[in-house]
Design a protein around this ligand. Structure first.
Ligand SMILES: Cc1cc2nc3c(=O)[nH]c(=O)nc-3n(C[C@H](O)[C@H](O)[C@H](O)COP(=O)(O)O)c2cc1C
Ligand code: SF4
Length: 417
């Protein structure tokens, strides 16, 4: 029995994503029309009423972000759609780019209207280069029909969108590194302040939103916040686009109401674990997400319930690892990713990742010592507190939860002679 819903995925497979005429037959652009018939402040109030938290991983409230962006003074502002999606096991935004490109373009235009921006940029990860023509075609058709460009639908609101691509660095998903990359520089995070909402792309006030957040903006303006709020739980209303990966029978992207348990997600939606094996661990939120043992499988997928067991929603990825994989091997693979992706700008992340990688090697070879275990925990904690950006801050999330939930794996049986 499936427990999925169709709120922002309502158009999936219902129209040809290459045709704006078909998009219009599925209620396309009624969200923008509703927005243009309202004041920017009213649009922001709708976003605030929805209680939506940004879907890029940091869970910053959407309405608050738009309100703050609108409040910044500036004749020229920018909206960026973050389609970098470099988080391993996260591929939900790709499905939106593939199935409903016009919804994203419409959401960016609504965001532009709400915050007072004239320019929009979609930053698509290198690996999604094949989706660029689809987005460019959607932009072109929207312009031809008057939904983008000068004086949209006869109003005095003008907005244009450009497409950019990264070259495959995970850190370029971080807002300020992404902006550096668009500006043609090496993609490394900027010192803050100034915050990008005040001085972002080309020093203009900039509002960065995730693909799913912007797609939600379209749905909110189309259907009203009440419909969104009718899903989920009272504490955590709404829906979430999740990507399920790993050792499950039906990996893929699904839209769920908040409140399903991890067990329902894995067994009812993803078809259970392959070959009926036992689960070793579950990771929620991508490689920078936290891990838990199968004993927590009845935890509801909501921000508050996951947080209560020291887990997080993050990007919305659910990775299931079965009994065939050892915890240490899993941690080492995760570590290799972060060691590779650390941009090297700050010492805690650059050196911390390197040292932790060496210790994990010793653990795999069973030559680790008590001192190693102390350093491991200390470095992981320092990284999470002292790193310059979110990459270093979250790189050891899985390790820290492994120490907490699987302490037996870190026991040192005997010191080597
Ligand atoms: C290392 C790193 C990678 C990130 N990658 C992404 C990404 O691929 N997509 C994304 O939307 N946000 C990513 N973020 C979060 C963004 O910095 C930012 O919070 C987000 O795009 C804001 O959109 P939202 O408010 O709609 O969530 C990343 C952050 C960090 C620190
Ligand atoms: S935390 Fe890592 S990725 Fe971020 S600035 Fe420091 S070295 Fe670069």
């Amino acid at each position: 029995m499936s427990k999925t819903v169709s709120f922002i995925t309502e158009n999936y497979n219902k129209y040809d994503p290459h045709s704006i005429d078909e998009y219009l037959t599925v209620n396309g652009y009624s969200g923008l029309i509703n927005a243009l018939n309202s004041t920017p402040k009213e649009v922001i109030e709708i976003a605030k009423a929805s209680q939506i938290l940004g879907r890029g991983g940091a869970a910053y409230p959407l309405g608050k972000k738009w309100e703050q962006a609108a409040a910044v003074k500036g004749d020229s502002k920018v909206v960026i759609c973050n389609a970098d999606e470099g988080e391993p096991s996260t591929f939900k935004d790709r499905s939106m780019l593939e199935h409903d490109p016009f919804r994203i373009i419409e959401g960016m235009t609504i965001a532009g209207y709400a915050v007072g921006a004239q320019s929009g940029y979609i930053y698509i990860r290198e690996e999604y280069r094949h989706l660029q023509p689809r987005m460019k075609n959607a932009i072109h058709q929207a312009k031809v029909k008057g939904y983008l460009g000068d004086n949209i639908l006869g109003t005095d609101f003008s907005f244009d969108i450009h497409v950019y691509t990264g070259v495959g660095a995970y850190v370029c998903g971080e807002g300020s590194a992404l902006i550096e990359s668009i500006e043609g520089k090496s993609g490394r995070p900027r010192i803050k302040p100034p915050y990008i909402k005040e001085s972002g792309l080309h020093a203009l006030p900039t509002c960065v939103n995730n693909v799913e957040s912007l797609a939600l903006g379209t749905a909110l303006l189309t259907h009203g916040p009440e419909k969104y709020l009718s899903y989920g739980t009272p504490e955590c209303p709404g829906t979430k686009l999740i990507s399920i990966a790993g050792n499950v029978n039906k990996p893929g992207v699904y839209e769920i109401p908040f409140g399903l348990t991890l067990s329902e997600i894995i067994y009812n939606i993803a078809g259970g674990v392959k070959d009926d094996k036992d689960i070793r661990l579950i990771q929620v939120g991508g490689a920078s997400g936290k891990i838990c043992p199968p004993s927590l499988i009845d935890t509801p997928f909501t921000y508050n319930d996951l947080e209560a067991v020291d887990m997080m929603v993050g990007s919305g990825a659910v990775l299931v690892i079965d009994e065939d994989m050892s915890l240490l091997r899993f941690l080492k693979i995760t570590q290799e990713f972060f060691s590779h992706e650390s941009c090297g700008k700050c010492t805690p992340c650059r050196e911390g990742n390197r040292q932790i990688s060496h210790i994990l090697d010793r653990m795999l070879a069973k030559t680790h010592t008590q001192a190693d275990m102390k350093i491991l925990k200390r470095f992981a904690t320092i990284m999470s507190r002292a790193s310059f950006c979110g990459l270093g801050e979250t790189a050891q999330n899985a390790l820290l939860n492994a120490i907490k939930y699987f302490p037996e794996e870190f026991a040192v049986k005997e010191e080597p002679a």
